[in-house]
Design a protein around this ligand. Structure first.
Ligand SMILES: NC(=O)c1ccc[n+]([C@@H]2O[C@H](COP(=O)([O-])OP(=O)(O)OC[C@H]3O[C@@H](n4cnc5c(N)ncnc54)[C@H](O)[C@@H]3O)[C@@H](O)[C@H]2O)c1
Length: 252
């Protein structure tokens, strides 16, 4: 087991990619603190982990609440005396270009896609520094390395998240802390509901995926969970400041 006795804290882990990563890390021996704005969803994932013989705790945490997010991470580290992995995953997608996206929507995107990762990483810094090791994984997107038409708030904030990841990586490499960005492409989760509506429905979205992505298909949450395991574990021990793109070559 590549994460035996490690402690992992995950945001937005009640569904989709965050859930798959939490399940995978628990299978590899980590104790996973499963958090989500939706407390019931977090508890369901923790129960799933326990039913499979793994170790997990659940907490309702909204990453837009600085104090709650900071307290949840600090409290986890204090309770367990360690914090090895932070997967700061929750985010938001607002569609529209400069003409359509409102200032409020840009603020919301900034709050979840950049600021919350800053707050989470800041809370993880103390305990990780003290133990002189830690892996911070920030979920960005392949929209952080390419430019999507009509998606200004999402693209801008995902690019910013990658910039922040690289800055954390250079600032804290000598503390033994690695920081990498997870950059998925199209993965079939409820997160794409907004884009599906923008495209004009499910059939149009399926067509788009089949035609636009060189591999001609969606990625699965399990394929992304493999990348989470890699970034979380010592298998990526010499990797920091990297934007790991897993998108069937969409961004090329
Ligand atoms: N699915 C994709 O195609 C895709 C591609 C690239 C990047 N991403 C990124 O992955 C993340 C989410 O995607 P997913 O596919 O796992 O979505 P999902 O909708 O399956 O799950 C998101 C989870 O986050 C929770 N959440 C939402 N707002 C929250 C908040 N303020 N605080 C705490 N939890 C919150 C939701 O309750 C939900 O359980 C986002 O950061 C998104 O940008 C997704």
């Amino acid at each position: 087991m590549i994460l035996k006795d490690r402690l992992a804290f995950v945001t937005g882990a009640g569904s989709g990619i965050g859930r798959a990563g939490a399940l995978a890390m628990a299978r590899e021996g980590a104790l996973v603190v499963v958090t989500d704005r939706d407390g019931a969803a977090a508890r369901a994932v923790a129960a799933e982990i326990a039913a499979a013989g793994g170790r997990a705790e659940a907490q309702a945490v909204d990453v837009a609440d600085d104090a709650a997010l900071t307290e949840a991470i600090a409290g986890t580290a204090a309770r367990h005396g360690r914090l090895d992995i932070l997967h700061s995953h929750a985010g938001v997608q607002v569609s529209g270009g400069l003409a359509e996206a409102s200032v409020q929507e840009m603020d919301l995107s900034w709050r979840l896609n950049v600021r919350a990762h800053f707050v989470a990483a800041k809370a993880a810094l103390g305990p990780m520094r003290a133990q002189r090791r830690g892996s911070i994984i920030v979920t960005a997107s392949n929209s952080g390395v390419q430019y999507d038409r009509g998606m200004i708030a999402y693209c801008t904030t995902k690019h910013a998240a990658i910039a922040m990841v690289r800055q954390i990586a250079v600032d804290h490499a000598r503390d033994g802390i690695r920081c990498n960005a997870l950059c998925p492409g199209f993965v079939d989760t409820p997160f794409n509901a907004g884009f599906q509506a923008q495209m004009g429905g499910r059939a149009a979205l399926e067509n788009y995926v089949a035609e636009t992505i060189p591999m001609g298909r969606w990625g699965s949450v399990d394929e992304i969970a493999e990348a989470i395991l890699y970034l979380a574990s010592d298998r990526s021990a010499f990797m920091t400041g990297h934007a790991l793109v897993i998108d069937g070559a969409e961004s090329l």
